[in-house]
Every structure is written in structure tokens, then in C-alpha cells.
Design a binder for this molecule. Structure first.
Ligand SMILES: Cc1cc2nc3c(=O)[nH]c(=O)nc-3n(C[C@H](O)[C@H](O)[C@H](O)COP(=O)(O)OP(=O)(O)OC[C@H]3O[C@@H](n4cnc5c(N)ncnc54)[C@H](O)[C@@H]3O)c2cc1C
Length: 374
């Protein structure tokens, strides 16, 4: 008998869909409440590291995912010159194990669609247009009310409602995402033939210029700069201007931008909820509990790992008690904090112009940690 029979999950992102699927597979009645009216078909690319792929394989979707993206095991470094000279190609640690690629790029909406279909096939109920506005811990259940006035009760309520989590606030956690001082331009563009892995360029018009192939035809490119008030977040011409400082594949990327590829600008933020992430019969996971700038591309991986570990404990335990929560905290808090701290540190070194920063040391020790299953 599992610790719970019914679970309500707020949010149909990576964390919510993964948790719901694991629980439904184990016969636990699971409903997701999602504020959007329908699944989103919009988005750019995402970089998934091996430890994220390990959870996706556990979910049974790796085979399908592997047919819908671009796998690679190395990382290129290019010079910020007109030729975009390749100065190094480094082997990456395969954090999901030797039979999974170190890195995998794919189109975000495709990942979401594959995970959603898998959840529905497992028997998860996904209720759209359900914006949660209040949460209450009762004796034996958690009660949740949505903006349209419906009320539901579950043995456990999980806030997987992302970086600006309403559930986090409703439970009284005070941690909030704080700006880290950087902003990122991103564009989804056709893949130049030369792009066969992520290549990073440090310096030039931005702190970092990078890209990740997401398929034979497409990829996403990004430029990380000092955070500023970009009034028009979709102004392609600004990203095209910044891209002009880089060579090699960036010549074609810049042309795609001049031709009007849609762009998006976001400022980096970070937070970690200190202490345990539950209150009574409610808990927060994924970006609701911790978020990081995408300098190491581990946010979705941490969200997926939270889901897998919580599901494992809920299925294996007989009661929703302090023993379960202590195990969850031990297995998740340090690991998620290490990712947030490393992601912020990397950005801070760039902001400070730190010349002696041990970037390979930081990345290597984090990757070794993440290679051990969560
Ligand atoms: C610019 C940028 C680039 C990134 N790139 C990468 C990358 O390459 N690789 C990587 O691993 N990570 C990346 N990340 C991080 C990654 O996107 C997140 O860590 C991940 O999506 C978190 O998943 P989640 O399920 O916790 O939250 P989300 O995916 O945000 O899902 C939360 C869901 O909750 C719903 N919701 C919110 N409030 C309510 C409410 N009140 N009621 C009901 N539903 C609600 C939302 O509509 C949403 O569907 C990036 C982040 C940023 C900002």
C-alpha cells in the first residue's frame, strides 16, 4: 500500500507530468490542475543533460525522444573572432551513464507533447483552465480551490507550478527568484551544417554566445549579456546586431535573425527554498522549490529528478510521514542547491571579469556529482 491514494498536482510542466506519470503507473489516482486553457504549442529549444535523459528513460519515453532531437557527447569552444575559430573540443561527462548521450537538444513543445501523451496513456487526468488560488491543509487531506470556484481534496497536493509558484506563496515560503544580473536572447533558427554540438564563445559583444542543435533541420542560438531593461523583448534586430560580433556558424544564424526569426529575451533569476519543501500534506517541487539561470542547463533535469525521487518514496512508503519527508529532503536539497550555486557562480565570474576562474573544475565536479543517480 503506497503512502497516498490520491494526488493533486498543480502545473503540467516537466515536474508535474513526470510525477503524475510515475504515480499513475503505480495505480495512484492522479490529477493535474493546469492554469493554461490548453497545452502550449509555443517555445524554443531545450538542452537536456544525461541525468535528465535517465529520468525520461525511466518514464519510458527516451526511445521516442531520441528520434526527435540531436544527441552529442562533446562541447566546443570558439574564439570571439570573425572566423569563429574552434579553439577546443572537450569530452563531456555522460551524467546519465554510458548508454545515454551527454547532451541532447530538442524542441521544447515536442518534449512537452511526448510527456503529456505518456501521462494521459498512464491514466493521469489533466484538467486545463484550472488556476489554483488557495490551498488548505486539513487533517487527512489537502484542499485546493481554483479561480473558477471549484474545490478538490487529495491525500497530497504537489505544487509543480514553476518559478513564480502560487503554491509556494500560499504555503508561506518566503523565498522568491532574485535577478542574477544577466539576460539572455534566444532564437529558434535553421541549423547550419557546421553545427553538430553546442559551441560556446566567451567574450565579444556578449558574455556568452552559444547554440544547441535540436534536430537535422533546426537549432536554438543564445546570447547572454548584462541584464538591462529591454522594452521590446521580441526585437529581432537587437539580437541580430549582437550576433554580428561572432563568426563561423553565427554568420548564418545572424542571417536568419535578419530574415525575422522570432526571438525572446529573459532576465536570469535564481532561488532555493531553504529547509524542507513541504507543509503538512502539501509539497513543492521543480522550479517552484529551486530555480537557476540556464548557464549549466540543469533546471529541467532537477525538476525531473525531484519528480522521480518523490514518486519513488510515495510508492514505496506506507505513510506520508516525517520519515518520508526527511528522505526527500536529504536526496534533493543539496543536489538542487549545488546546481543553483554553480549556475549562479558561473555567471558571477563572467560579470566580475574573473580571469582565474576555474570553470572546468566547477563543471567537472558538478557533473561527477550528477552522474550518481538522484
Ligand atoms: C531562458 C531559459 C532557458 C532555459 N533552458 C533550459 C535548458 O536548456 N535546459 C534545462 O534543463 N532547463 C532550462 N531552463 C529551466 C527549465 O525551463 C525549468 O527548470 C523547467 O521548465 C521547470 O519545470 P517545472 O515543471 O518545475 O515548471 P514549469 O515548466 O514552469 O511548469 C509550471 C506549470 O505550472 C503552471 N501553473 C503556474 N501557476 C499555476 C497555478 N496557479 N495554477 C495552475 N497551474 C499553474 C504553468 O502554466 C506551467 O504549465 C531554462 C529556463 C530559462 C528561463
Amino acid at each position: 500500500m503506497a503512502a497516498v491514494s490520491t494526488v493533486g498536482i498543480v502545473g503540467a510542466g516537466a515536474a508535474g507530468l513526470a510525477l503524475a506519470t510515475f504515480l499513475a503507473d503505480a495505480g495512484i489516482s492522479t490529477e493535474i490542475l493546469e492554469k493554461s486553457d490548453a497545452p502550449s504549442a509555443l517555445g524554443s529549444g531545450i538542452t537536456l543533460q544525461g541525468n535528465a535523459l535517465r529520468i525520461l528513460r525511466q518514464l519510458g519515453v527516451w526511445e521516442e525522444i531520441s528520434r526527435n532531437g540531436y544527441a552529442f557527447n562533446d562541447l566546443g569552444l570558439r574564439a570571439p573572432n570573425a572566423e569563429g575559430t574552434v579553439v577546443a573540443i572537450l569530452d563531456e561527462i555522460q551524467t546519465g551513464g554510458p548508454d545515454l548521450p551527454a547532451t541532447f537538444g530538442m524542441y521544447r513543445p515536442t518534449l512537452a507533447a511526448i510527456m503529456r501523451e505518456r501521462a494521459l496513456a498512464a491514466g493521469v487526468v489533466i484538467s486545463y483552465g484550472q488556476k489554483v488560488k488557495s490551498v488548505e491543509n486539513l487533517d487527512r487531506t489537502a484542499r485546493v480551490t481554483t479561480e473558477n470556484g471549484t474545490t478538490r481534496e487529495y491525500d497530497l497536493l504537489v505544487g509543480a507550478d514553476g518559478i513564480h509558484s502560487t503554491v509556494r506563496q500560499l504555503l508561506g515560503f518566503t523565498a522568491e527568484p532574485k535577478p542574477t544580473g544577466m539576460g539572455i536572447w534566444r532564437a529558434f533558427v535553421p541549423r547550419p551544417a557546421e553545427v553538430v554540438r553546442t559551441d560556446l564563445t566567451y567574450g565579444g559583444s556578449c558574455f556568452i554566445a552559444g547554440y544547441c542543435p535540436t534536430g537535422q533541420q533546426d537549432m536554438y542560438a543564445y546570447l547572454v549579456e548584462r541584464a538591462q531593461d529591454r522594452h521590446d523583448q521580441n526585437d529581432t534586430s537587437i539580437m541580430a546586431e549582437l550576433a554580428a560580433a561572432y563568426g563561423g556558424p553565427w554568420n548564418e544564424i545572424q542571417q536568419s535573425l535578419i530574415d525575422g526569426a522570432p526571438v525572446n529575451y529573459t532576465q536570469f533569476t535564481a532561488h532555493v527554498v531553504e529547509g524542507e519543501w513541504h507543509r503538512g500534506r502539501c509539497v513543492i517541487i521543480g522550479d517552484a522549490a529551486h530555480s537557476c539561470p540556464p548557464t549549466i542547463a540543469q533546471g529541467a533535469a532537477m525538476a525531473l529528478e525531484d519528480a522521480a525521487v518523490l514518486a519513488e518514496l510515495l510508492i514505496a512508503s506506507e505513510a506520508l510521514d516525517q520519515n518520508l519527508w526527511a528522505q526527500f529532503h536529504t536526496r534533493r536539497a543539496d543536489r538542487a542547491s549545488a546546481v543553483v550555486n554553480a549556475s549562479v557562480q558561473l555567471g558571477q565570474w563572467l560579470l566580475d571579469g574573473e580571469k582565474n576562474a576555474d570553470v572546468p573544475g566547477l563543471m567537472g565536479s558538478l557533473a561527477s556529482k550528477l552522474a550518481v543517480p538522484a
